[in-house]
Design a protein around this ligand. Structure first.
Ligand SMILES: CC(C)(COP(=O)(O)OP(=O)(O)OC[C@H]1O[C@@H](n2cnc3c(N)ncnc32)[C@H](O)[C@@H]1OP(=O)(O)O)[C@@H](O)C(=O)NCCC(=O)NCCS
Length: 281
């Protein structure tokens, strides 16, 4: 079978890359990661170089070189693992990451000259939870749960939670246009004054029945009142109604930033994989 490569040409190619995420699941990348990462930061598209490996019109590997960081994100179809060495050396990357549990990919990275960073460097864990048993969300009086938020207030609460943030109304409008964004999975807590106090954006990989949170946040003025817990619980219900049986979320796994992992563990998520960062000297 002949495999060709070509540069990324636009949103239709993101769909091909996301279809590979669906076929390769459970890999490092959920369809929601690609939609969010590609669009939420304003103005980066021209700096990135993305390459697709195609076989009979299907994407069997992709390499996404993120500048100015010099980071390589990549994915290879489990049936085309022989492409991994070529994919990870496609760009002159300074760093990349892989799931520590994916020993075959880790071995290829090491043979290609990548060096694993030390164990105490920042890393991400992916936590998982099945959606069979859900409790109802609980909110302090005056707060309300909603979905399908209005753009300006939605962007304002994200920017406050993730200060400093590169999200803009224009970039969030691009997120909303990206497949598989659904307004009914874009969940918020409305504060008594009508502003948004917390949010949880959920993405559904319908074929695998797996939903992902990316991202979650609470406005600094409203923290430690159970709002992230409530909006995430609400999003779990919405994912289940949309057909998901499992939810996943990434959080920092190292001790320097424990809040998010503690939040998800308190929601009955458990860690199942972690990332490892590699540098290329
Ligand atoms: C992490 C974050 C979403 C928590 O929001 P929140 O509304 O304050 O969270 P909750 O009140 O629902 O907290 C639920 C549990 O999470 C944990 N938690 C939340 N904030 C924490 C913190 N700063 N330190 C340690 N644990 C924390 C606690 O276990 C907490 O339960 P407790 O209050 O009974 O101890 C918020 O601090 C935030 O927006 N941070 C910046 C963005 C971010 O990191 N998002 C998550 C990763 S996608």
């Amino acid at each position: 079978m002949s495999i060709s490569t070509r540069p990324y040409e636009g949103p239709d190619d993101l769909r091909l890359m996301q279809q590979l995420c669906v076929e390769a699941w459970p890999s490092q990348w959920h369809v929601g990661d690609l939609a969010w990462d590609r669009f939420h930061r304003a103005g980066h598209e021209p700096e990135w170089r993305t390459t697709l490996w195609l076989e009979e019109g299907r994407c069997v590997a992709w390499a996404w070189f993120r500048q100015p960081e010099g980071e390589l994100a990549f994915l290879v179809h489990p049936k085309r693992r022989e492409l991994t060495a070529e994919v990870v050396l496609k760009e002159d990357a300074r760093s990349t990451s892989a799931l520590a549990e994916d020993t075959q990919t880790v071995a290829v990275l090491e043979r290609a000259g990548y060096v694993a960073t030390t164990a105490d460097e920042p890393f991400m864990v992916r936590l998982v939870r099945d959606l069979a048993d859900l409790v109802d969300p609980v909110l302090e009086q005056g707060y309300e749960l909603r979905h399908s938020p209005e753009l300006a207030a939605r962007v304002a609460v994200h920017r406050a939670a993730w200060e400093p943030s590169r999200l803009t109304e224009e970039s969030y409008a691009n997120v909303m246009r990206a497949w598989p964004y659904r307004a009914d999975l874009d969940c918020v807590v409305v504060a008594p004054d009508g502003s948004f106090a917390a949010f949880c954006l959920a993405w559904l990989d319908r074929e695998n029945g797996v939903g992902e949170f990316e991202p979650v946040g609470t406005h600094p003025d409203h923290r430690r009142r159970g709002l992230a817990t409530a909006v995430s619980t609400y999003a779990l219900h919405r994912l289940r109604e949309a057909g998901a049986h499992t939810a996943v979320v990434y959080a920092r796994g190292d001790a320097a930033y424990p809040a998010a992992k503690l939040l998800y563990e308190s929601l009955a998520f458990v860690q199942h994989v972690r990332t490892r960062t590699f540098t290329h000297p």
